[in-house]
Design a protein around this ligand. Structure first.
Ligand code: ATP
Length: 480
């Protein structure tokens, strides 16, 4: 039949629901076992007979004449008086442009059965989502790729990189400005990796005091020091065994810890404080930094060998100003999320407010966008976020000032400005960024910029950069 081997037809068609095939005159050329059973008409009788001679209410002829499929919940009756209720499909079979027959099948016995099937799928989907959430909770992952909002090319590329990193087992370095979503990406990489049923352990390298770093990372044995816990304590690496460890703000790892981390990455084993016994560990390292680690290497703040060990796969986060087309989508997503959290019923954002958000500078990136929307919602009397709500919020004047006076980013990108002006804007931006990354420490900043302290002071004066500028520039970094 139609060149198909009989064995193949038997295997596929015999195990399905009702299946019958007619030629272009609606004469049966094939009926399956189920058809035979349900109609009570033997195959030998059916094959060669006209469909309408055996079945009342069949739509095979309609499908053949119109060349269009007919489907629906139908009551068809055999000429010998059997009712066959069910969801039937009559599909014309084409050879080029010509209809050469009809494929008849029944998927469900009734529409009710089809709905029951859909309900089952829905409940399985819910169950799946619930279990996925539970798995995430157990492993410590809070986000996955679906939580990354944006349709820009930059975000599409980012998602591709995440899937690629998820499929690999190599160390990943995520670099990018504050608030661009580095942590979100780290969670997502773990979520889509084979390690996702094992722990995801986050370590904020800037939050651990230097003297506790080693015990936090590698743990300690009982009695190692006064106040040590009975039975000792597992360190973050041990806790992350078989899973991933996320070293956030890895740029803050001090020079004593750096070779120790390098050793773990190379040897794949740790030693708890107070013992010389090695514990093998299988942990995937994902590190993040909001300053360029390369720059830190250049000014001897970060070991080059560790940098190369961490920098196997690199993901550079796109700043919000480079993907402004994502702002409306992000803003509405944030509004809905906050609306739920705050028990509000926000309906949307006005066009002028969205235009304003699209125009504005975003030094604190998505985190800053979240803060502005939250403040705007608090100012909103109605269920709509308007430009007024955004403008009336506290601190708005500051951000407007930053935009007017300190809009170095858009200025240096502005091709109508002379080169000298654009160079100055870029220089001012670099100084502000560096000061921010080393907590206003001017000696360290001068070192990172590879200029003398005196020159740095001169430039601060030239660009009229004062503490408050750095604070505004830095503020969003500290909001976390
Ligand atoms: N593309 C995005 N879609 C949805 N939410 C995002 C996106 N990017 C960032 N966010 C949200 O913005 C906030 C800041 O993101 P995250 O903490 O991951 O940034 P970060 O780059 O790690 O910042 P930092 O360097 O200051 O630690 C989070 O609440 C995160 O969920």
């Amino acid at each position: 039949m139609f060149g198909l081997p009989d064995k193949c037809v038997e295997l596929i068609f015999e195990q399905a629901g009702i299946i019958a095939i007619t030629d272009k005159q609606a004469k049966y050329v094939y009926v399956n076992k189920r058809w035979e059973e349900d109609t009570g008409i033997p195959r030998e009788v059916a094959v060669g007979s006209y469909n309408h001679d055996l079945i009342e209410g069949s739509r095979a002829i309609t499908a053949i004449r119109t060349g269009k499929a007919v489907t629906g919940d139908m009551l068809i009756r055999t000429k010998n008086g059997r009712d066959l209720p069910g969801v039937m499909t009559y599909m014309p079979i084409f050879n080029g442009d010509e209809v050469v027959g009809c494929f008849i099948s029944s998927s469900f016995l009734s529409v009710d059965q089809a709905y029951a099937f859909l309900e089952r799928i829905e409940s399985i989907t819910l169950e799946y989502e619930f279990l996925k959430g539970e798995m995430r909770k157990r492993s410590g992952t809070r986000y996955s790729v679906e939580d990354i909002i944006g349709e820009s090319d930059a975000i599409k590329f980012l998602k591709e990189q995440i899937y690629f990193a998820g499929a690999s087992n190599s160390t990943v370095l995520i670099e990018g400005e504050t608030g661009t979503g580095k942590e979100l990406v780290a969670h997502s990489i773990h979520s889509c990796s084979l390690r996702n049923v094992f722990p995801f352990v986050k370590v904020n390298c800037s939050a651990i005091p230097d003297n506790l770093m080693e015990s936090e990372f590698f743990g300690y044995d009982e009695g190692t020091f006064t106040g040590a816990k009975k039975g000792g304590k597992r360190g973050k690496f041990e806790k992350a065994h078989l899973g991933s460890i996320f070293l956030d703000e890895v740029n803050h790892l001090n020079l004593t810890m750096q070779p120790k981390l390098l050793r773990v990455l190379q040897e794949k084993e740790i030693e708890r404080l107070g013992t010389s016994e090695s514990i093998p560990i299988d942990v995937r390292v994902i590190a993040a930094s909001n300053v360029s680690l390369r720059k830190l290497v250049n000014c001897d703040q970060f070991r080059e060998d560790l940098y190369y060990r961490l920098n196997i796969l690199t993901i550079v986060m796109p700043p919000l100003r480079k993907r402004r087309e994502d702002i409306p989508l992000l803003a509405n997503h944030i509004l809905q999320k906050l609306s739920k959290q705050m028990g509000r019923n926000m309906q949307g954002i006005s066009k002028d407010a969205l235009d304003y958000l699209k125009e504005r500078e975003w030094h604190g990136n998505v985190r800053e966008l979240q803060n502005i929307i939250e403040r705007g919602m608090n100012a909103a009397r109605k269920d709509f976020l308007t430009l007024e709500c955004l403008r009336n919020q506290d601190g708005m004047e500051d951000t407007i000032t930053v935009r007017k006076e300190g809009s170095f980013l858009s200025d240096y990108e502005d091709s109508s400005k002379p080169l000298s002006k654009r160079k100055e804007c870029l220089e001012k931006e670099a100084i502000l960024e560096t000061l921010k990354s080393c907590n206003h420490n001017k000696t360290q900043a001068a070192k990172m910029l590879n200029i003398s302290r005196t020159l740095l002071y001169k430039k601060l004066e030239k660009y009229q950069i004062n503490e408050s500028d750095i604070l505004i520039h830095k503020g969003n970094h500290e909001m976390k």
